[in-house]
Design a protein around this ligand. Structure first.
Ligand SMILES: *[C@@H]1O[C@H](CO)[C@@H](O)[C@H](O)[C@H]1NC(C)=O
Ligand SMILES: *[C@@H]1O[C@H](CO)[C@@H](O)[C@H](O)[C@H]1NC(C)=O
Ligand SMILES: *[C@@H]1O[C@H](CO)[C@@H](O)[C@H](O)[C@H]1NC(C)=O
Ligand SMILES: *[C@@H]1O[C@H](CO)[C@@H](O)[C@H](O)[C@H]1NC(C)=O
Ligand SMILES: *[C@@H]1O[C@H](CO)[C@@H](O)[C@H](O)[C@H]1NC(C)=O
Ligand SMILES: *[C@@H]1O[C@H](CO)[C@@H](O)[C@H](O)[C@H]1NC(C)=O
Ligand SMILES: *[C@@H]1O[C@H](CO)[C@@H](O)[C@H](O)[C@H]1NC(C)=O
Ligand SMILES: *[C@@H]1O[C@H](CO)[C@@H](O)[C@H](O)[C@H]1NC(C)=O
Ligand SMILES: *[C@@H]1O[C@H](CO)[C@@H](O)[C@H](O)[C@H]1NC(C)=O
Length: 403
């Protein structure tokens, strides 16, 4: 009797603790306002649900104990938060969102390797990551408007979308990824960002702006568009690139626009471009050569101050052909390829001009400048230009093919 009296309350206490633990570890959204709230999760190995670190949180918040959060991990507008971390968390099943954390200077996740989505914006005090285990798996990564000078700690095996912009101090970005299955957009990260994709084999869409160097030694295929705009490098080399876009659909363009120092484009294996092949406003580019380029599903549109382009392998340009240079060029061989049933099927323009214009420069009207020599279809020419230089989310200067 005496023993039972002792045992019953003891069991009641145990089951009460167990029930509390289960509910702490499993709730749709748990809110952390303080370190004391964070410590309440210490005994959870998995948090089934989402965690929100509230805007009231300040100082140091460390969520130690849990190895996994199945939902999202979110912290926004916590102006007093200086440090956020975990010594145990290995994976976040949903989004890892950090936004507008003005004092956050330490982000330390000792064990983190896997996150579904990284979405970090407006982190003006965060200069580096402390991710010693390295995040290698993420579907989507957006890092925007931070003070980060390095993204060491993120080195992805796989990723679908990569958006890196407005990180003014960022100096290098390198990731081992072999495939980028949706898109990569890198822009406005200050003027000395060196980008390297040493193992990248294919990417769905790729747009680089304001980058000082690009290393893509293994890139073989860009399924969609590949565009270089407003970059600072003197060289762009893609030694293994064979195709951009799809000639079957006529989609996916290659564009080099307004790269002020660009002097050498080297794509020795490039054989097909599904959409347009556009080169414009690269003031230092004095020569253009695509030795293997055979099929262009859209238009060839080159303008600038360059000598006669070398395009020895062309077999089929389904769209127009507009080459205008302020240097003297020899159009004879191209002229012979132009016309119905020949290599160049669309409207043909090749000339030395005082003021070279690109198809893309006359965006909204979509008409070409007074052409000196056009094909017989010349009168009602519409290039169907869909110029995309202005928007960061839009890809490539797409010049659809001519009728
Ligand atoms: C950013 O957070 C601060 C609090 O630190 C808040 O006052 C401000 O309104 C937030 N800014 C935005 C754009 O939400
Ligand atoms: C990348 O794509 C290639 C070709 O589709 C495939 O063989 C390879 O397994 C992919 N690699 C990864 C890491 O997904
Ligand atoms: C590339 O981006 C364009 C425009 O966003 C999209 O329509 C297209 O499907 C993408 N290509 C691939 C291969 O994902
Ligand atoms: C270039 O492509 C070839 C043939 O696909 C491949 O053997 C080679 O490893 C690639 N080079 C690089 C640097 O990836
Ligand atoms: C892109 O092209 C590669 C190589 O041809 C192919 O393996 C991959 O499946 C394509 N990806 C998409 C999204 O079409
Ligand atoms: C960044 O590139 C864009 C073109 O995409 C250009 O308009 C802009 O001037 C460049 N910014 C700087 C700072 O060079
Ligand atoms: C252009 O770059 C390629 C590869 O980087 C190099 O082999 C070639 O010599 C360069 N051409 C000129 C004219 O500098
Ligand atoms: C074209 O480049 C040459 C040097 O290669 C230079 O002398 C000439 O002034 C340039 N023309 C224009 C219109 O920029
Ligand atoms: C080239 O620069 C001129 C003058 O700044 C501009 O009008 C034109 O739109 C640019 N072309 C492209 C394709 O960006």
């Amino acid at each position: 009797m005496f023993a039972q009296k002792l045992i019953i309350p003891a069991l009641a206490v145990v089951s009460c603790v167990a029930a509390q633990t289960a509910s702490v570890c499993s709730q749709a959204t748990a809110t952390i306002n303080s370190q004391a709230d964070a410590t309440a999760f210490a005994s959870c190995s998995t948090i089934s649900g989402s965690i929100v670190v509230s805007s009231a949180a300040s100082g140091v918040i460390s969520i130690d104990g849990p190895q996994q959060i199945t939902g999202d991990f979110t912290c926004e507008n916590a102006g007093g938060l200086t440090s956020l971390g975990s010594t145990t968390l290995g994976s976040i099943g949903g989004s890892f969102t950090l936004n507008n954390l003005t004092l956050l200077s330490t982000l330390s996740m000792t064990d983190l390797t896997s996150v579904k989505t990284i979405a970090w914006t407006a982190l003006p005090a965060l200069s580096s990551l402390t991710f010693p285990s390295t995040v290698s798996s993420a579907t989507s990564v957006t890092i925007s408007n931070t003070f980060l000078s390095t993204l060491d700690g993120i080195n992805l095996d796989t990723v679908a979308t990569l958006q890196i912009d407005n990180n003014n101090r960022l100096k290098t970005f390198s990731t081992q990824v072999a495939n980028i299955t949706s898109a990569v957009n890198i822009n406005s990260n200050g003027n000395s960002l060196e980008v390297s994709f040493p193992n990248l084999i294919w990417a769905a869409n790729m747009t680089l702006r304001n980058v000082s160097s690009i290393n893509i030694p293994s890139l073989a295929t860009v399924n969609g568009s590949l565009g270089f705009y407003g970059n600072y490098m003197t060289n762009i080399a893609a030694p293994n690139l064979t195709s951009v876009g799809s000639t079957a659909t006529g989609q996916g363009s290659l564009a080099f626009v307004a790269n002020a120092k660009l002097a050498n484009i080297s794509m020795p294996m490039l054989a097909t471009v599904g959409g347009a092949d556009q080169i414009a406003n690269n003031t230092d580019l004095t020569g253009i050569s695509f030795p293997a380029l055979s099929i262009v599903g859209g238009a060839i549109d080159f303008s600038g101050n360059f000598s006669t382009p070398s395009l020895p392998a062309l077999t089929n340009v389904k769209g127009g052909f507009n080459i205008q240079s302020t240097a003297t060029i020899d159009c004879t061989s191209f002229q012979a390829e132009a016309g119905s049933g020949k290599v160049i099927q669309g409207t043909y323009i090749c000339k030395t001009t005082a003021d070279a214009t690109t198809l893309g420069s006359s965006t909204t009207t979509g008409s070409s400048s007074g052409a000196s020599s056009t094909s017989s279809k010349g009168a009602a020419v519409s290039y169907g230009v869909n110029e995309a230089v202005a928007g960061i989310s839009v890809l490539g200067g797409l010049l659809s093919m001519l009728l």
